[in-house]
Design a protein around this ligand. Structure first.
Ligand SMILES: Nc1ncnc2c1ncn2[C@@H]1O[C@H](COP(=O)(O)OP(=O)(O)O)[C@@H](O)[C@H]1O
Ligand SMILES: [Mg+2]
Length: 269
């Protein structure tokens, strides 16, 4: 630990490169097969409490980049730093939410949310209090004793979010968390996410395909190029907080959306 108090949750990525065995030519058993370069030279710094939306063509390495920040994947080159220290494995300060909720099917909502607390050895009374608080935060009090198959897609995703928030992560990595949901559910969850982060300062790196969602949620929209992914644009969102859905009509939103789409167009070309 750096021992720095106050500003926690700073992410810094320096010259990150990741490649994978491409499979082609591997049948010979030789190890000289070409490698698929997923990321090549990603530099990005995210300040504590900042929300950054990451957007880019399919296969541009967005999920790969999140896995690097989460300590699930070691880059071939470059360094990922959390609060100034190199990331060298999964860290309880970093929470990750995937596109699919990945809940445990036989556990109730409450016990899914409690699961990371159990793993962390948190005592039962503290767990109960924390789970009750989280159920309220994500609006799932009435679904506490239901199992995932009894929940709607939006409820499952909220449960997954609550489970990730259980350990109060400094950093929240969201990989297209709402993309499988209908538009209305998605808008509601976006509002809830803003509310949650308004009273718990959290650094957020969010992957999304929606330019609108990126602008609504983020302080900055970072555009990745087509593979190999690197940062081609870093666009500030000049929209004051707190935000409401009505803000999406603001002229600055459409201007920012045009800028993002222009860079995305170049990125995909
Ligand atoms: N574990 C893996 N093994 C081999 N190739 C992978 C692996 N993970 C990702 N890739 C490849 O790396 C590239 C980037 O993938 P990904 O990070 O999932 O992109 P995105 O999330 O932007 O769509 C893609 O071409 C993908 O097929
Ligand atoms: Mg992905």
């Amino acid at each position: 630990m750096s021992g720095q108090m106050g500003a926690i949750g700073r992410i810094e990525l320096r010259d990150i490169a990741v490649s994978f065995a491409s499979g082609a030519g591997s049948s010979s058993g030789a190890s000289d097969g070409a490698r698929l370069i997923a990321l090549d030279g990603v530099d990005l710094a995210i300040e504590p409490g900042q929300v950054v939306a990451l957007i880019g063509p399919n296969g541009s390495g967005k999920s790969t980049l999140l896995r690097v920040v989460a300590g699930l994947l070691r880059p071939d080159r470059g360094t990922a730093l959390l609060d100034g220290n190199p990331v060298d494995g999964p860290d309880p300060r970093v929470g990750l939410v995937f596109q699919e909720p990945r809940l445990l099917a036989w556990r109730t909502t409450a016990s899914n949310i409690a699961y990371p607390l159990e793993l962390a050895g948190v005592d039962r009374a503290t767990r109960r209090a924390r789970v009750a608080e989280l159920l309220t935060i994500v609006g799932l009090e009435a679904a506490a004793v239901q199992v995932p198959s009894q929940l709607s897609g939006g409820m499952r995703q909220r449960a997954a979010l609550a489970r990730t928030l259980a350990l109060r992560p400094e950093v929240l990595l969201l990989d297209e968390p709402f993309s499988a949901l209908d538009e209305l559910t998605r808008e509601r969850l976006n509002l809830e996410l803003l509310a949650i982060t308004a009273h718990t300062p959290t650094t957020i790196l969010l992957v999304t395909h929606s330019v609108q969602e990126a602008i609504f949620l983020a302080d900055r929209v970072v555009v990745l190029s087509a593979r190999p992914g690197r940062v081609v644009a870093d666009i500030a969102v000049d929209l004051p907080r707190p935000r409401s859905l009505g803000d999406l009509d603001a002229a600055v939103v459409s201007a920012t959306a045009r800028t993002v789409r222009a860079h995305l167009g170049e990125a995909a070309a």
